[in-house]
Design a binder for this molecule. Structure first.
Ligand SMILES: Cc1ncc(C[n+]2csc(CCOP(=O)(O)OP(=O)(O)O)c2C)c(N)n1
Length: 340
């Protein structure tokens, strides 16, 4: 949703009492506080009681399919109206019973004027409570968890000024952002090459954003970097003002969540770690290289990198197994605690 359209979406939500499940890429997740905003759906919908009691009769979907598979599965089978300004048919679950090729601005404005059925106020209250409680679970968990992507993402967001831009790579970074960002209280523009979830060309896209006058902080996985080393040439040429943060967790760790994890050959055929020294890779491109393997190191590195606006690479050294355990612990807590 474009920034210009967001106000109309919130007006409709307020007028009808609708919860807005704000995908990290929606343009609605960050900004002024709204009681209708839900950010933790990926975790709280794992709670069977919540998933059953908050289930709607219909869904108004704006734009592309959400990042969260849990959300996608939960809305499957619920009649939905898809409002999408693109001419594509972005309905992977085939749930749209009506597709409007329109801007969210005009569709929401029309609905706000013509719809007359407001929802039971208790319903939005339950959403808000479940979201707040899940946020408390996540914050509490990250305070006691070993160094992981959730903590790193919150530190990155905490360092970005209002209206900053973030480019998030595919694979886990966008999912980690979707899960852990929570609500920020100031605006942030998030970009991603969602497309067919390709890890190709991500560094080049970051450079393209800079060339278009949108300096963005990059957050990508290690394989995603190795896939687009040519993009580093562009970042040097364009003298990118903000750093590229690379999660060095030893290959494609998204595959650790697949059932074949642990099978003979898994390492070679799925995880495919590439034994390259990221610091040494930065050298021929004249890019500064900094690294962090805990929260205080990251805070220091970000202070230096962002104050000097020198760009370069920040390598986040993450123990993928521990990070995954924390992620799973959040899912377990959200599924078992009383959220509403
Ligand atoms: C062009 C392309 N090739 C292969 C894939 C399949 N793929 C999806 S995720 C992934 C691993 C990405 O690893 P990394 O960037 O290190 O991120 P992590 O999974 O560790 O978060 C791969 C190879 C893809 N999405 N796009």
């Amino acid at each position: 949703v474009r920034t210009a359209d967001a106000g109309q979406v919130w007006r409709l939500a307020e007028r009808l009492g609708l919860p807005v499940l704000t995908d990290a890429l929606s343009g609605l997740r960050f900004g002024a506080a709204r009681p209708e905003r839900v950010t933790h759906y990926d975790s709280l919908l794992r709670n069977p009681d919540v998933a059953r009691r908050l289930r709607p009769d219909w869904v108004l979907r704006l734009g592309a399919a959400p990042v969260s598979k849990t959300l996608g599965n939960w809305v499957a089978g619920i009649p939905s109206i898809l409002v999408d300004p693109s001419s594509q048919w972005r309905d992977p679950g085939h749930d749209a019973c009506l597709r409007l090729e329109a801007s969210p601005l005009s569709a929401c404005a029309w609905l706000a004027e013509h719809a007359d059925r407001t929802q039971d106020p208790e319903w939005i209250g339950l959403w808000h409570r479940a979201d707040s409680r899940t946020e408390a679970l996540a914050t509490n968990l990250l305070q006691r968890a070993p160094w992981c992507e959730g903590q790193a993402i919150r530190a990155l967001l905490g360092h970005l000024p209002s209206d900053a831009a973030l480019f998030c790579g595919n694979s886990q970074p966008i999912r980690q952002l979707d899960t852990w960002s929570g609500y920020l209280g100031r605006s942030l523009r998030v970009f991603c090459n969602r497309g067919a979830s390709g890890i190709d060309g991500n560094v080049s896209t970051l450079a393209g954003l800079a060339a278009a006058g949108i300096p963005a902080l990059g957050l990508i996985g290690d394989l995603t970097l190795f896939h687009d080393l040519g993009g580093l040439l562009l970042t040097r040429e364009l003298e990118l003002a903000l750093p590229l943060v690379v999660v060095n967790n030893g290959g494609g760790r998204i595959f650790d969540g697949l059932p074949q994890c642990g099978l003979p050959g898994f390492e070679t055929l799925w995880r495919t770690p590439v034994d390259l020294d990221i610091g040494a890779l930065a050298t021929p491109f004249d890019l500064p290289h900094r690294w962090a393997s805990n929260a205080s190191e990251l805070a220091n590195v970000l202070d230096t990198a962002l104050s000097g606006a020198t760009g370069g690479i920040i390598e986040l050294r993450i123990d993928a197994r521990r990070s995954m355990e924390t992620h799973q612990e959040l899912h377990r807590l959200a599924a078992s605690e009383r959220l509403i």
